[in-house]
Write a protein that binds this ligand. Structure first.
Ligand SMILES: Cc1cc2nc3c(=O)[nH]c(=O)nc-3n(C[C@H](O)[C@H](O)[C@H](O)COP(=O)(O)OP(=O)(O)OC[C@H]3O[C@@H](n4cnc5c(N)ncnc54)[C@H](O)[C@@H]3O)c2cc1C
Length: 467
C-alpha cells in the first residue's frame, strides 16, 4: 500500500509513510525488513496509533501486524500463552478467558496492540503489579538483518532487557510469550474523597488494595478514588445493572463529559464551576465483574496527555506542588489528573525500572490550549526525577534521560549492535534514545522526521497555543 496518510488517536502526530506493508506472517515480516535494509530504507512497526508522542510515526516503510493476531496456549497449567504481536488487548482478554486465563493488569483502555503497548511501557495500577511487560517471558523478533531471534531472561538476555520496553527500536516483535494468571474478578469501590485525605494517607492507601488509582478534579478539593480488589471467579460477579453501566460510561463519562469539555473550551471561566458541579453529581459505585471489564473503559473524548513515572513516595508532595502551580497560573482544566502506582521493573527502558513507582498523568481536552500547561507541569515532574511515559507527550531528550536510567548506555549499546545502520531509527527515536554512533554521517537515522515533529514543543513563542 503506498501514499497512505497516518495519524494517531489524539491527532497530535501525522505522517505520510512511503509504503505500508501488511504481512501475513512472520516470514513476510522478515522479507519486508530484509528488503528495506538492503535498499537503505527505514522500517517502523505500527500498533493501533494510541501513542500521543511520535514514537509510532514513520515516513518510509511501515508495518501493520493485524494478521499476527493468534493466541496460542503453550502451557495452560503454568499460564503460558504465545500471543501474536498485533493482537489487540481487548481480543487478547476475550481469547484468554476461553482458556480460563486473564491479562494480569491493564490500563484505562484495551484498544492497543500487545506489541505497541509493551513497546512504550503501558501500565495499569497496583503497588505489587508491574506494567504489561512484567508478564512477558520471551519475545520473538525480526531483527534489522531480516533474521528471526528469540530472546528471554535466559536466551540473549541483554536483547530481552533492552527490547522489552523498546519503542520499536530493536526490531519487529512478532510473538510474545506471556504469563497469564487464572481469570479473576475485581470488586470495585469507586467514591469521592477529599484530595488532602488521599494524599495524607497515600502510601498506606495505595498499598492496601490490589489496584488503586485516583483522579483529582482541578479547581476542587475532591478526588475520585477507585479501589479494585481481586476475587476468584467462584466469588460470583455482581455487575452494575446494564442501564447504570450505560448511563455512567456512555452518557456521563463520554457524552456529558464531551459537552462540558466543549462548554469549558468556549468559556474557560466556567470550568471551575463545571468541575465543582460534576464532582457533586458523582455517586458511589460498588460492583464485581471480570477483571478486564473493570480495569478498562471507553474513552471517546480526545485529549492531549503527558504522564511521568516518579519515585512512589514523592507523589503527594509533587501533586501538591502541581496544584499550587495550577492556582498560580490560572489554567482552566476540565480533565482530572490521574495518579497510579506500579511495582519496580527489570526492563532497562521501563519508566518503572528499579523503583517503586507512582504515575502522575495530566491531560487537556483536544481543542484547548495545552502546551503551556503540560510544559509548566513537566518542570515540576522533571525536578522530582520523573521519567516520561514513552507513548505520551514530553520534551525530554536522550541527554536528559540517560542519567535517569541506570542501564541507558547498555540499551544504546545493544541497539547499536542489533541495528548498526539504523533501519529502525526515526527522528523521534534519535531524539529520545540517541543516534547510533555507527549511523553517524550517512546513517538512516539522519532522515528527516517528516511531519512527525517533536514530542511536545518547548514553551516557545512560535508554538501555537491551540490544538
Ligand atoms: C485513550 C488512551 C488511554 C490510554 N491509557 C493508558 C494507560 O492506562 N496506561 C498506559 O500506560 N498508557 C495508556 N495509553 C498509552 C498507550 O497505551 C501507549 O501509547 C501504547 O503504546 C499504544 O499502543 P498502540 O498499539 O496504539 O501502539 P502505537 O502507539 O501504534 O505504537 C507504540 C510503539 O510501539 C511500537 N510497535 C508497535 N508494534 C510493534 C512491534 N510489533 N514490534 C516492535 N515495536 C512495535 C511502535 O513502533 C511505537 O514505537 C493510553 C492512550 C490513549 C490514547
Amino acid at each position: 500500500m503506498t501514499g497512505t496518510r497516518w495519524r494517531n488517536w489524539s491527532r497530535t502526530v501525522e505522517a505520510a509513510p512511503a509504503t505500508v506493508a501488511v504481512p501475513r506472517d512472520e516470514a513476510e515480516v522478515a522479507a519486508v525488513v530484509a528488503r528495506a535494509a538492503a535498499t537503505g530504507r527505514t522500517v517502523r512497526p505500527l500498533g493501533s496509533g494510541h501513542s500521543g508522542s511520535p514514537v509510532a510515526a514513520g515516513d518510509d516503510v511501515c508495518l501493520r501486524l493485524t494478521h499476527l493476531d493468534a493466541v496460542r496456549p503453550v502451557d495452560l497449567a503454568r499460564g503460558l500463552v504465545a500471543v501474536g504481536a498485533g493482537t489487540r488487548l481487548d481480543a487478547l482478554s476475550a481469547a484468554l478467558l476461553r482458556h480460563g486465563l486473564a491479562v494480569a493488569n491493564l490500563g484505562d483502555i484495551d484498544r492497543q496492540t500487545l506489541a505497541g503497548a509493551l513497546a512504550t511501557g503501558t501500565h495499569g495500577t497496583g503497588a505489587a503489579h508491574p506494567s504489561l511487560a512484567g508478564g512477558v517471558r520471551a519475545l520473538r523478533m525480526v531483527l534489522a538483518d531480516g533474521s528471526v531471534a528469540t530472546c528471554s531472561p535466559r536466551e540473549r538476555p541483554e536483547l530481552f532487557a533492552a527490547a522489552l520496553v523498546g519503542l520499536g527500536a530493536y526490531g519487529v516483535v512478532t510473538e510474545v510469550l506471556l504469563h497469564c494468571p487464572p481469570a479473576f474478578l475485581l470488586a470495585a469501590d469507586e467514591h469521592l474523597e477529599p484530595l488532602d485525605a488521599v494524599l495524607d494517607g497515600f502510601e498506606q492507601r495505595m498499598t492496601a488494595t490490589d489496584h488503586v488509582e485516583f483522579y483529582w478534579f482541578p479547581h476542587t478539593g475532591a478526588a475520585m478514588v477507585k479501589e479494585n480488589t481481586r476475587r476468584p471467579l467462584s466469588a460470583g460477579a455482581e455487575p452494575l445493572p446494564r442501564w447504570r453501566a450505560l448511563l455512567d460510561d456512555e452518557v456521563v463519562a463520554n457524552g456529558l463529559f464531551a459537552a462540558t469539555c466543549a462548554a469549558g473550551t468556549l468559556l474557560p471561566g466556567l470550568v471551575p464551576t463545571i468541575n465543582r458541579l460534576s464532582t457533586r453529581a458523582v455517586s458511589r459505585r460498588r460492583y464485581t465483574d471480570l477483571s478486564h471489564g473493570v480495569f478498562t473503559s471507553r474513552r471517546r473524548v480526545r485529549f492531549r496527555e503527558m504522564e511521568y513515572a516518579l519515585p512512589r513516595a514523592d507523589l503527594p508532595e509533587v501533586l501538591r506542588e502541581v496544584r499550587r502551580l495550577i492556582d498560580l497560573r490560572g489554567w482552566r482544566l476540565p480533565f482530572p489528573l490521574e495518579a497510579r502506582v506500579s511495582a519496580p521493573e527489570d526492563a532497562w527502558l521501563s519508566p518503572g525500572h528499579g523503583r517503586a513507582t507512582a504515575w502522575l498523568s495530566v491531560q487537556q481536552v483536544a481543542g484547548a490550549p495545552f502546551v503551556d500547561y503540560l510544559t509548566g507541569v513537566e518542570e515540576v515532574l522533571v525536578a522530582a526525577q520523573g521519567r516520561p511515559h514513552w507513548g505520551k507527550l514530553h520534551t525530554r531528550t536522550a541527554r536528559d534521560l540517560a542519567p535517569l536510567y541506570p542501564r541507558f548506555a547498555d540499551a544504546q549499546r545493544v541497539r547499536e549492535a542489533v541495528d548498526p545502520a539504523g533501519t529502525f531509527a526515526s527522528g523521534h527515536l534519535d531524539r529520545v534514545l540517541g543516534r547510533p554512533a555507527t549511523a553517524a554521517g550517512g546513517g538512516r537515522s539522519a532522515r528527516p522526521g517528516g511531519s512527525c515533529g517533536d514530542t511536545l514543543p518547548g514553551r516557545r513563542r512560535d508554538v501555537p497555543q491551540r490544538a
